[in-house]
Design a protein around this ligand. Structure first.
Ligand SMILES: NC(=O)c1ccc[n+]([C@@H]2O[C@H](COP(=O)([O-])OP(=O)(O)OC[C@H]3O[C@@H](n4cnc5c(N)ncnc54)[C@H](O)[C@@H]3O)[C@@H](O)[C@H]2O)c1
Length: 326
């Protein structure tokens, strides 16, 4: 599908990822970009910089109310299904998390079928692997949830449901669907809802106040941090491709530990403070391994996507944005 001249809807349009997908769509020549969001988690501050573009249409709507989707989807070529509850909001309201992530996605697909939308790109997660353990993690890895806390398991389960719904609608009704399994997403307009990316902004917040940030354990915990602009690019490339019924990792394939993350943020802020090791974190933890190896070969083979932004450059972009916020 062509982006240039097309009409697209983004559910969760005022989210971290949705706001970046919107920017990329506008830059690629989309004729109309509908930002559909109920503002339960995101705010219009996220898209203030693009609201003056006459191609942007803001719709206050809820994916759990199918009629609101029917009304908005007329003439839409493709949907970026991004609205959802991350693990943290999920832990605060599990009933609503299940409703939005699972039933909300049925509504999106059903409304897409009714309105003749050609393709749906679903924001899935590497939470579909649970706690994957050592070794290379490709898309055939099963869901290993026994060592995880309930919010993480429930969140990952709803993403598995979302992916399978996409496959079902692809096979049964011919609506193309691709599921993008993001690792830890971070970047400009970062919010406080992402369990793992939270560490970056918590560290920044403490250091600029001259306080010592806490460090879970010995700082050897790793995550695969993927910059939101790379994630947005993956969304557009998946929409442009003819691929359907597939789930692909959207990660860098490189693990970064918390000590290195601290070093990068402290270097950018110009602080020589040291973290307080072993401090217990109040945040909901998901997985805490010291090795993580996501295979990103499948997305490269299918749609030609590779990450472009290094962790150093990406955190640099985030810190420069944070500096404009105070
Ligand atoms: N941020 C990450 O690290 C990450 C990692 C893996 C997967 N994901 C997935 O990517 C998606 C976006 O993540 P994000 O960090 O940009 O999220 P976010 O929390 O910034 O945004 C979620 C958006 O969905 C909206 N929303 C919630 N319920 C809704 C409803 N019923 N109807 C309409 N809109 C609704 C919220 O208002 C918010 O704007 C989510 O589905 C998330 O599960 C994110």
């Amino acid at each position: 599908m062509k982006i240039d001249g097309g009409k697209f809807m983004i559910t969760g349009g005022v989210s971290l990822i949705g706001s970046h997908v919107a920017e990329h769509l506008l830059a690629a020549g989309a004729a109309e970009v509908v930002l559909f969001d109920n503002y339960s988690l995101g705010t219009t501050d996220m898209i203030g910089h693009i609201l003056d573009d006459s191609r942007v249409k803001l719709v206050r709507g809820d994916i759990t109310r199918i009629n609101e989707l029917y009304d908005t989807l007329e003439g839409v070529d493709g949907i970026f299904a991004i609205a959802g509850f991350l693990t943290l909001p999920f832990s605060q309201n599990p009933a609503l998390g299940i409703t939005v992530n699972a039933l909300g996605h049925v509504n999106v697909l059903e409304a897409a079928r009714y309105r003749g939308v050609k393709k749906v790109i679903f924001s899935s997660s590497v939470a579909t692997y649970g706690d994957p353990g050592p070794g290379v993690i490709d898309e055939t890895m099963p869901f290993n949830f026994h060592s995880m806390t309930p919010p993480g398991v429930l969140y990952g389960s709803t993403k598995i449901i979302g992916e399978q719904l996409g496959r079902l609608y692809s096979e049964r009704y011919g609506i193309q669907s691709v599921s993008l399994r993001y690792s830890t997403v971070y970047g400009e307009r970062q919010h406080y809802r992402g369990v793992n990316a939270l560490y970056i902004i918590d560290t920044y917040d403490k250091l600029v106040k001259g306080e010592r940030p806490s460090m879970p354990g010995d700082g050897s915990e790793v995550h695969d941090y993927i910059h939101v602009a790379d994630v947005a690019r993956a969304n557009l490339m998946a929409m442009q491709s003819d691929v359907t019924g597939e789930a692909v990792n959207v990660a860098t394939g490189t693990a970064t530990n918390l000590n290195r993350l601290f070093e990068i943020v402290a270097g950018l802020v110009g602080s020589d403070l040291k973290p307080i090791y072993g401090a217990s974190s109040e945040a909901v933890r998901v997985t805490t391994s010291s090795a993580l190896d996501f295979d990103i070969g499948k997305i490269d083979r299918l749609i030609g996507w590779k990450p472009e932004i290094s962790i150093e450059d990406g955190i640099g972009r985030l810190v420069r944005w944070l500096e404009t916020q105070s």
